[in-house]
Design a protein around this ligand. Structure first.
Ligand code: GLC
Ligand code: CA
Length: 568
């Protein structure tokens, strides 16, 4: 099991590196940076969707699983990339997006042709409900993940189809065995045969739905569509489907990491990742990264709406899955393509010093946790959210745009409501992770050629915050991350596989204690911009070694955002 102690580097293809000057990152661009990726010390890369797609949701709307989105390159480019990775001893995993397809997928095109189409049942179609006055109503009141109803009306056949995400992403009907087999053949085996090492499985717990489609409880009477995610996650046949999928993956010895939203109960998480279950090897739980988001609508919140004790509780909760008594496994991560930058959320950007310190401290935090470590492109150089001064026209994500439009229409253009929406988006939008990778100080951060127009604007700070500068600087965030990854690899029993046993209660310092093979890890993090006193005496005993530190070595005083790791 190569993946247990591994560090995986996540790549967002459109924003990593553009090789041909069209302003869109591509596969040859990724290929050209393998030296850099390898210099980080990571073991594998995960590519976000590269398949052909009309890009309503950045490739999470696949129109052909067996084709590559032409601006990213060709099948041959991907084959070359797989080979190049393997030659270097790097593994490569792809995104598997099979809860839904694009409306442009041939399966859906055929399904929507007529009620008697041979593929009608491959998607989830429902007739309208009619009231006493003969007025047409939707099958239920569920709100989709990006707002609006989950049902889209199809005029031609007089029925609605289900879409948990955008109307351009119709949900596949997993109840149909023929559909499932087609998914396995086209989306999975086609690529497994090309030698990929596994999949990140998109919304892995949403395939099985409650087919009675009950109305969701009305939690907000002001709104037409109600929060229903808990009703469409972890449906009755979820485990059966994943087990079936697991049997195919096993033939290829492929690993999986499933996205597992809305599953806070650790016993339930375990039912997906228990080794004897043969479903998923590990999952992404969202306890930590959802901290500070609105309970009903993600962006109905204010920046930094969280406390350190809450963060600790969520870390502790997810770590419990690997407490030494289970046969389950999970992941550690602070960023991905759906999250804003961790420094902007939990660190500090007020001075260059505090920015660097907090980026390093957060590196220590996530790398000290048990599970397979995932880092997201740009995290290793401490990239931050887009500036507050940028207008909404720089935000390209469908979730951001839909939310802003929702606020505009429901508030009737109220400037106060719109400003609050913008503030929340500047803090939490998915766009922040999707801006071009900052390679150097040349125009567009060296992501594309100087005369090109990148599909998203590069951050204003690229001339100071970039890979090139940080490579030359032994004290940089990048250099620190390389050390962190190497140390984590050196002591797998306490880092990747340690048992999280204790944390402290206060709201300034985060102390983590983990147990390994006859030794312990003590991690101390100062989550404040000021010096803090501490007394570790008893915890460290008289035989301890400082493995990592982003500042001094004083036993009693921690610098602002200082982080340390001791081996005891
Ligand atoms: C997952 C992806 C996200 C996408 C959604 C719909 O949550 O990470 O980017 O929008 O699925 O496929
Ligand atoms: Ca390109």
């Amino acid at each position: 099991m190569w993946w247990k102690n591994a560090t995986v580097y996540q790549i967002y293809p459109p924003s990593f590196k553009d090789s041909n000057g069209d302003g869109i990152g591509d596969i040859p661009g990724i290929h050209s940076q393998l030296d850099y990726i390898q210099s980080l010390g990571v073991d594998a890369i995960w590519l976000c969707p590269i398949y052909d797609s009309p890009q309503h949701d950045m490739g999470y709307d696949v129109s052909n699983y067996e084709g590559v989105y032409p601006p990213y390159g060709t099948i041959e480019d991907v084959e070359k990339l797989i080979e190049a990775c393997h030659t270097r001893g790097l593994r490569i995993i792809l995104d598997l997006v099979v809860n839904h397809t694009s409306i442009e997928h041939a399966w859906f095109q055929e399904s929507r042709l007529s009620i008697s189409s041979a593929k009608r049942d491959w998607y989830i179609w429902r007739p309208p409900r009619y009231d006493q006055d003969g007025k047409r109503h939707l099958p239920n009141n569920w709100r989709s993940c990006f707002g609006g109803s989950v049902w889209a009306w199809d005029e031609a056949t007089g029925e609605y189809y289900l879409h948990l995400f955008t109307p351009q992403q119709p949900d596949l009907n997993w109840e149909n065995e023929e559909t499932r087999n087609a998914i396995y053949a086209s989306a999975m085996e086609f690529w497994l045969r090309k030698g990929i090492d596994g999949f990140r499985v998109d919304v892995a717990n949403a395939y099985s739905k409650d087919l009675s489609f009950p109305d969701a409880p009305v939690t907000d009477p002001q709104q037409e569509w109600q929060y229903a995610s808990h009703l469409f996650c972890n449906g009755p046949r979820s485990h059966e489907y994943l087990r079936e999928m697991g049997r195919i993956l096993k033939k290829y010895n492929a690993m999986t990491v499933g996205e597992l939203p809305l599953t806070p109960d650790i016993e339930q998480v375990l039912s997906y990742v228990s080794a004897k279950e043969g479903q998923l090897d590990m999952v992404f739980q969202f306890d930590m990264v959802h901290l500070g988001t609105g309970p009903d609508l993600k962006y109905q919140t204010v920046p930094r709406n969280w406390t350190l004790p809450e963060l600790k509780e969520r870390v502790r909760a997810t770590q419990r899955l690997m407490d030494g008594t289970t046969d389950g496994w999970s992941t550690a991560f602070l960023e991905n393509h759906d999250q804003a930058r961790c420094v902007s959320r939990w660190g500090c950007e007020s001075t260059p010093e505090l920015w660097a310190q907090s980026a390093k401290m957060l590196a220590i935090l996530v790398a000290s946790l048990s599970g397979t470590l995932f880092i997201y492109q740009g995290q290793e150089i401490g990239m931050v959210n887009a500036p507050a001064s940028w207008g909404m026209d720089e935000y390209k994500d469908v979730e951001s745009k839909d939310y802003y439009e929702f606020v505009r229409s429901t508030s009737h253009d109220d400037p106060v409501a719109l400003a609050a929406a913008k503030t929340a988006l500047q803090h939490l939008a998915r766009d922040h992770a999707r801006m071009p990778m900052q390679w150097d100080g040349t125009p567009h951060a060296g992501f594309t050629t100087p005369n090109a127009t990148p599909w998203m604007r590069a951050h204003d700070n690229y001339s100071v915050l970039n890979v090139k500068r940080q490579t030359l600087d032994g004290q940089s965030v990048l250099s620190f991350w390389k050390r962190v990854i190497a140390i984590r690899k050196e002591y797998p029993d306490v880092f990747a596989q340690g048992v999280f046993c204790h944390t402290n209660a206060d709201d300034k310092l985060f102390i983590i204690e983990k147990e390994g093979d006859g030794r312990k890890l003590v991690v101390v993090l100062n989550f404040t911009p000021s010096e803090q006193e501490m007394d570790l005496g008893a915890k460290l005993g008289d035989q301890s070694k400082l493995l990592l530190s982003n500042a001094g070595e004083s036993v009693h005083l921690l610098q602002p955002y200082e982080g340390r790791v001791y081996l005891v």
